[in-house]
Design a protein around this ligand. Structure first.
Ligand SMILES: Cc1cc2nc3c(=O)[nH]c(=O)nc-3n(C[C@H](O)[C@H](O)[C@H](O)COP(=O)(O)OP(=O)(O)OC[C@H]3O[C@@H](n4cnc5c(N)ncnc54)[C@H](O)[C@@H]3O)c2cc1C
Length: 545
C-alpha cells in the first residue's frame, strides 16, 4: 500500500492485486512497534540505529541499504503521523518510544500493542482517498515476462473464478513472508511466500534464504505472538524454577538481547529440562495491573483468550516460533530486481537490511521506507516505458493449461497431508538449532514431498472461493522455497545470526562466509552462488549482548 501511494503521487496509474482485503494483510497483526531514531525518550541518531542493525544482522546486512533506511525512517514516521496514525505519546506530547531487543536506545514508536493494525488502516484510508483501484481477492499466480521485461501478473479471481491478466509497465511484489513453512509460526495462513516463489520461477535470484527468524515469545500451544514490547516494558523470562535464565546467556542486555540470542537461550533451557511442556515463561506480574492494561492490552487479551492466563496474575508459557524471513527476492535500495520492470519491497524482498537476524521493529519500518522508495522507482520506470502492450497469448494459454491439469487430477493425496509433514519436519530439522545430518535428512524428505506434491489432487473443482486450489498452489511455492533454504543452510558451514549450528559449526566464519547466499532455480532445483556483503563503515566484530 505504501508503494502504491507513492507511485500514484508520482503520476502513475496504479492498481493493487491482493488475495486478501488489504486491511487483512498480515502486517495488521504486528504489535510492538516501528523503529526510527527520533530521540524522544533518550539520545539517539540514525548512525546508532544503523550500527545496532548492522550488529544485529551479525554483519550480514548490506550497510549502504541500512544507512539509507535509518536516515529516511524518521521522515517516514512523521508522514504516517500526519496521515493520522495515532501513535502513543509521552507526557510532553512527543511520540513515545519503547526499548526493543538489541537497540542502543528506546527507539520503537508504537500505538499501544496494535501498531500494525493502526498503520494498515491509515494506509488503506490513503488508498481510498486517492481512489486507487484494488483487485481484491485476486490470487496472483504468475509473473508475465515479455522481451526481458516484467509486463504484468496472471491472477486467479477468487470470487468469480477464472484467470485474469493485469498488464503493467512495472510490477512491485509486496506479498510478505513464508512463515507457513513451519508448523509452529506466528504467521497467518496467507503467509506462503508466493511472491518469492513467483520470482524464483521467473528466473530471479533469492538472497539469504537460510535465515528464518524464530521469535522468542510465541504462546504455547497456539503459536500466537506475544510482542517483544512486553519485554521492552520490563517483562522477565523465567524457567520452571522461576530463574531469570537470560543472565547466563546475555548478562548485559538480558531479555532484550537480539532475538536469535534469546530464542537459542530459551531452547537451551527447554532442552536441558528446565521448561514445562516445551516452553519457558514470560512474567509480567511485577509490571502491575495498571501498566499491563495501559501499554499491553492486546497481549493480555491474547493470553486470556488463547492460553486462559491473565498475565496480571500468572506468567505466560512461551517458546520460540518461526516468525520472519530475512531472505527474499534480491533488490537494490530502490526495490529494483534483476528483471527490468519488476520491483519488490517488504518481507518478500531482501534489500538487505536484516542480514542474518532482524531487529524487532525494523520490519514495519522497512515496509514503509522501502515500499515508498520502490513505489517511486517503479512509477518513474513505468512512465518512461509508456503504456504496457498486451500480454503474449502464449503466457495466458500456458497458465490456463497448467491450471486445467491441476484441476483434472484424480487419485493422489490432498495437499494438506504434504503441507503438515512439511511444517513439522521443517521445525524438527531446520529450526532454532541446525545440524548437517538433520539438514541433509530434510533435503531428502523434501525430495519425497515434492514427488508426492506432483500428484496431489484438488478435490473442489468449482470456480468460486476454491481454497482447495489456492492451497495446492501455495504448497508448491512453499516446497520450492524450502529447497532453497535447506540447500543454502547445508552449505553455510558456520553459525551466524538465525543460522545456528552449535554441534557441528559453532563459530561465525567471516573468512569463508561473510557473504550472501544467492539461490536460483535451475534444472528442477536450487543452484547456489554467493555475493559479497556491501560494507560502508562497520568492520565485523564479536557480537555480545
Ligand atoms: C504476529 C506478528 C507481529 C509482528 N510485529 C512486528 C512489529 O511489532 N514490528 C515490526 O517491525 N515487525 C513486526 N512483524 C513483522 C512485520 O509485521 C512483517 O514483516 C510485515 O508487516 C510484512 O509486511 P508485508 O507488507 O511485506 O507483507 P504482508 O503484510 O503480509 O502483506 C502481504 C500482502 O500480499 C498479498 N499477497 C500475498 N500473496 C499473494 C498472492 N499470491 N496474490 C495476491 N496477493 C498476495 C496479501 O494479500 C497481503 O495483502 C510482526 C510479524 C508478525 C507475524
Amino acid at each position: 500500500m505504501r508503494a502504491a501511494i507513492e507511485a500514484h503521487d508520482a503520476g502513475a496509474d496504479v492498481a493493487i492485486v491482493s488475495k486478501l482485503h488489504p486491511t487483512r494483510s498480515h502486517s495488521g497483526a504486528a504489535e510492538g512497534g516501528i523503529n526510527a531514531a527520533l530521540g524522544n525518550a533518550a539520545e539517539d541518531s540514525p548512525e546508532t540505529h544503523a550500527y545496532d542493525t548492522v550488529k544485529g544482522s551479525d554483519y550480514l546486512g548490506d550497510q549502504d541499504s541500512i544507512e539509507i533506511f535509518t536516515r529516511e525512517a524518521p521522515g517516514d514516521i512523521y508522514q504516517l503521523e500526519h496521515w493520522g496514525a495515532f501513535f502513543s505519546r509521552r507526557e510532553d506530547g512527543k511520540l513515545a518510544q519503547r526499548p526493543f531487543g538489541a537497540a542502543g536506545s528506546p527507539r520503537t514508536i508504537y500505538a499501544a500493542d496494535i501498531t500494525g493494525h493502526v498503520l494498515i488502516q491509515v494506509l488503506y484510508e490513503q488508498l481510498v482517498k486517492r481512489d486507487i483501484t484494488v483487485y481484491e481477492e485476486y490470487f496472483a499466480w504468475k509473473l508475465v515476462v515479455d522481451g526481458g521485461r516484467c509486463t504484468g501478473v496472471i491472477s486467479w479471481d477468487l470470487l468469480h473464478g477464472g484467470l485474469k491478466t493485469i498488464c503493467a509497465g512495472t510490477v512491485v511484489l509486496a506479498t510478505g513472508g513464508a512463515g507457513r513453512l513451519y508448523r509452529a509460526t506466528t504467521n497467518a495462513y496467507a503467509c506462503t511466500g508466493d511472491g518469492m516463489a513467483m520470482a524464483l520461477r521467473a528466473g530471479l535470484p533469492l538472497k539469504d534464504m537460510e535465515f528464518m527468524q524464530f521469535h522468542p515469545t510465541t504462546m504455547y500451544p497456539s503459536g500466537i505472538l506475544i510482542t517483544e514490547g512486553c519485554r521492552g516494558e520490563g517483562g522477565f523470562l523465567i524457567n520452571k524454577d522461576g530463574e531469570r535464565f537470560m543472565k547466563r546467556y546475555a548478562p548485559n542486555a538480558m531479555e532484550l538481547a537480539s532475538r536469535d540470542v534469546v530464542s537459542r537461550s530459551e531452547q537451551t533451557e527447554i532442552d536441558a529440562g528446565r521448561g514445562v511442556n516445551g516452553s519457558v515463561f514470560l512474567d509480567l506480574r511485577h509490571l502491575g495491573a495498571e501498566k499491563i492494561i495501559e501499554r499491553l492490552p492486546g497481549s493480555r487479551e491474547l493470553a486470556m483468550t488463547y492460553a486462559a492466563i491473565d498475565p496480571i496474575y500468572d506468567p505466560i508459557p512461551v517458546r520460540p516460533g518461526a516468525h520472519y524471513h530475512m531472505g527474499g527476492v534480491e533488490t537494490d535500495s530502490d526495490g529494483a530486481t534483476e528483471l527490468e520492470g519488476l520491483y519488490a519491497a517488504g518481507e518478500v524482498a531482501c534489500v538487505s537490511v536484516h542480514g542474518a537476524n532482524r531487529l524487532g521493529g525494523n520490519s514495519l519500518m522497512e515496509t514503509i521506507t522501502f515500499g515508498r522508495r520502490a513505489g517511486q522507482a517503479a512509477a518513474e520506470a513505468a512512465l518512461a516505458a509508456g503504456k504496457p502492450t498486451a500480454v503474449p497469448e502464449s503466457a495466458e494459454r500456458d497458465a490456463e493449461r497448467e491450471l486445467k491439469d491441476l484441476l483434472a487430477r484424480s487419485g493422489g493425496e490432498r495437499p494438506w497431508q504434504v503441507r503438515d509433514e512439511l511444517g513439522s519436519s521443517m521445525l524438527e530439522n531446520f529450526g532454532v538449532f541446525r545440524r548437517g545430518d538433520k539438514m541433509e535428512a530434510q533435503l531428502e524428505l523434501l525430495a519425497g514431498l515434492r514427488e508426492r506434491y506432483a500428484t496431489v489432487r484438488v478435490e473442489d473443482k468449482g470456480e468460486v472461493f476454491n481454497s482447495d486450489l489456492t492451497q495446492a498452489i501455495e504448497l508448491g511455492y512453499l516446497l520450492d522455497l524450502a529447497s532453497c533454504m535447506l540447500t543454502a543452510g547445508v552449505a553455510r558451514t558456520e553459525s551466524r545470526g538465525a543460522h545456528a549450528r552449535p554441534s557441528d559449526y559453532p563459530d561465525r566464519d567471516d573468512e569463508n562466509f561473510l557473504k550472501h547466499s544467492i539461490s536460483r532455480w535451475r534444472d528442477g532445483g536450487p543452484e547456489l552462488t554467493y555475493k559479497e556483503v556491501r560494507m560502508t563503515r562497520w568492520e565485523p566484530q564479536e557480537r555480545k549482548y
